[in-house]
Write a protein that binds this ligand. Structure first.
Ligand code: KG4
Ligand code: ZN
Length: 361
């Protein structure tokens, strides 16, 4: 007799993507629908929370219907409904949480709230069927830069985090300041190919006494100072050289901190997750570093690195099989934490979707 599969519907709306997916047994993606709002927010240079929430309301039901249709299933075939309930923009999260609660109540299906970062990490399970904890994961996105020890499914220790900007946030702000526009990461990645990564020695910051923490606001300011200096001297500057040198500085720090953590924690399995894990220079340099130490490196394919609902279905599956289920009081938690680690005491993650328009840069 064929063993029973667990099929889950997953919903994600924490920032500017309305997404729904049907995932079987945590690792097999039957459908993955993503309605991106990037075009809408590009004119403002970043995500405008109120516009994001309104767009999620318009998109959420059609996206869920499409995900079920593409999987060739109906809500009756689902074993449960997973939804991102934090961290993220509160108004955006509320749309997904509200929709998931209504559907699960109406259909009489279990509801499972999922942590967005846990989703990013779990995207690796989709792309690497053999990957199992324990492993070290670098989570680098528009809102987060964390080094996470994945001890077991759903069991994490955050061993490092950013003290200021997230890596993707720095990419987005620098891109804006050199005239590349939003979203900055993919544009800097592309332009860097024409630039010299050693042209400008931008700083590689580390935090005293916290070797796994990150700080990216200094390199962002250094880029602005460099541009202002050139302008004041009436000198021209190369957009490609700035992009390539900035990218190299960020990638250097991400790779060296990850390698230090892997070494000190005795881990030989290293993973990456989040939008910045799409970066070609990061992938190449991390691969080189892992190869030379005989570590195994995992990262998801690009569509599962940036925000999507399949990763929420993957993370939700491991909660579901443990029997964890949420009640109708499940609410959006914009500053939701991943693990109770002392290092998080000063957490600044109430603004986890850092793609939000910021006048600073
Ligand atoms: O994971 P994600 O979709 O959203 C958050 O949870 O924040 O990540 C989006 C971030 C943006 O900051 C974007 O600029 C960055 O990931 N990103 C990249 C690349 N592709 C996306 N950064 C560097 N290089 C890329 N190729
Ligand atoms: Zn994300």
């Amino acid at each position: 007799m064929e063993s029973k599969h667990i099929t889950l519907l997953a919903v994600e709306s924490s920032c500017d993507e309305t997404a729904a997916s049907v995932v079987r047994d945590g690792r097999e993606v039957l459908s993955n629908v993503i309605a991106s709002q990037i075009d809408l927010h590009t004119i403002y240079g970043g995500v405008v929370p109120e516009i994001a929430s309104r767009k999620h309301i318009e998109n959420v039901i059609p996206v869920i219907e499409q995900a079920l249709a593409e999987a060739g299933m109906t809500i009756k075939d689902m074993d449960g409904i997973c939804v991102t309930y934090g961290p993220g923009l509160v108004g955006a999260l509320l749309v997904g949480v509200g929709a998931a609660k209504a559907i699960s109540y109406a259909a009489g299906k279990p509801l499972i709230g999922v942590h967005h970062i846990e989703g990013h990490i779990s995207a690796n399970y989709i792309c690497h069927k053999e990957l199992e904890p324990p492993f070290l994961c670098l989570v680098a996105s528009g809102g987060h830069s964390h080094l996470v020890m994945v001890n077991d499914y759903g069991e994490y220790d955050i061993i490092g985090r950013t003290r200021d900007d997230a890596a993707g946030e720095a990419f987005d702000k620098v891109a804006r300041s050199i005239g590349l526009g939003y979203p900055g990461g993919p544009k800097i990645d592309a332009v860097s190919r024409q630039g010299n990564k050693n042209a400008i020695p931008f700083p590689r910051a580390s935090v005293e006494g916290a070797p796994y923490d990150f700080s990216f606001s200094g390199v962002k300011s250094a880029v602005l100072n460099y541009i202002n200096g050139c302008r004041m001297k009436g000198e021209s500057y190369s957009q490609a050289d700035i992009a390539a040198s900035f990218q190299e500085a960020v990638v250097d720090v991400l790779v060296s901190h990850t390698m230090l953590a892997a070494e000190n924690f005795g881990v030989k399995e290293v993973a990456m997750a989040g939008g910045v894990a799409c970066n070609s220079a990061l992938r190449a340099k991390m691969q080189e570093a892992c190869d030379s130490r005989k570590y195994r490196l995992y990262y998801p394919e690009p569509v599962f690195c940036t925000d999507n609902a399949a990763m929420i279905g993957a993370a939700g599956y491991y909660e579901f099989i443990k029997g964890r289920q949420d009640g109708w009081d499940l609410n959006a938690v914009p500053g939701l934490k991943l693990a109770n680690n002392v290092k998080l005491a000063n957490s600044a993650n109430s603004a986890n979707c850092k793609k939000v328009v910021d006048k600073e840069a």
